[in-house]
Ligand binder design. Sequence first.
Ligand code: PMP
Length: 414
Amino acid sequence: MIESATISNNLDVYSLRQQFPALDRKVKGKPLVYFDNAATAQKPQVVIETLNQYYTQYNANIHRGIHTLAEEATAAFEATRDTVRQYIHATSREEIIFTRGTTEGINLVASTWGRQNIDKGDEIIISTMEHHSNIVPWQILCQEKEAVLKIIPIHDNGELILEEYEKLISPKTKFVSIVHVSNALGTVNPVKKIINIAHRAGAKVLVDGAQSAVHFDINVEDLDCDFFVLSSHKIYGPTGVGVLYGKKSLLESMPVYQGGGEMIKEVSFKKTIYNDLPYKFEAGTPNIADTVAFKAALDFVQATGKEKIRKHESSLLAHATAKLSEIPGLRIVGTAKDKTSVVSFVMEGIHPQDIGILLDNQGIAVRTGHHCTQPLMDRLGIPGTARVSLAMYNTMEEIDALIPGVHKVKKMLS
Ligand code: PMP
């Protein structure tokens, strides 16, 4: 681990790092520098301990049991729902549906609200910078319903062209699905404005919060989004858990997603009566352990202080951007005015994958490739980028270690 005694923006990053055991390991004999946080964040000890405690103390199936272990497991699982509700400022716990992740949340909305409300000729709007998981479910729906997918274009710097968005809106627009923060570029989209414009036209809006929920204070009431989706593993929690927030009236009006146990009140061969929210959308045994431990992650983030984390991450972003920009032949991809925690770059004559492999040899983990945003890469005319994505535990020293690392890559390959 890089020894950093720095207190950055009132955040004691050195103490913080000690709570993430994975940061202590070595890679290829070098201290790990983990810059792949947009793909998944490392987990604090408290999350690992919560998982351990669940399996050693109160592993049981939830909701149906009356024995002590089942009651403890149910209480812990439902406590996460309350924490998520408060974390994103939803009005009611019934609006919090547990999923496998962002991807499943979007698929759920496309195949329930979408199937019910989208007809032939209707229009759905997404943007050029969407993750594949916010493209493909809508393509499937449009194919099935003979609906039309419209795409908001972007400027070369990675900002949405809002005037073009307004032009795409028509009486046929039924749905807008938009990413809050781009995983490939770090662009922060003005989602409140986008939602407002869509609502004026009577369309519903889903916000893909996979990259934003870890960095910002999310207030779904204030945003007035109809749906908001996120993944636990990007907020220092376990993999395999996500959240779909939906406005209660919408969730109530939607058909069910999957059939099975838990989502029913009564089943007979003639007729099945579905359960109330949120259980209506939670068929089968959920990912209990990881959902329970997700609460520990959210509590950890809130105890650390979102505002302190945000300030620290902004200093890191500014430092990484300035230092990388100084390297001749390196070009930063995505220079929107409003950005967070991601620096994507390309280097003249060097394939992004080679940058990733050579940095890994120096213990530095970055992501390379198209970042599940192939249409965005096509628009930018590049096969992919090398991406540095930052988290609360990253330090200025790690960024300083990246720079000679990149110079070394350049020297070896150009
Ligand atoms: N949207 C965005 C913006 C993402 O960054 C990701 C994850 N890379 C997803 C959606 C999909 O999230 P998950 O794989 O956790 O379902």
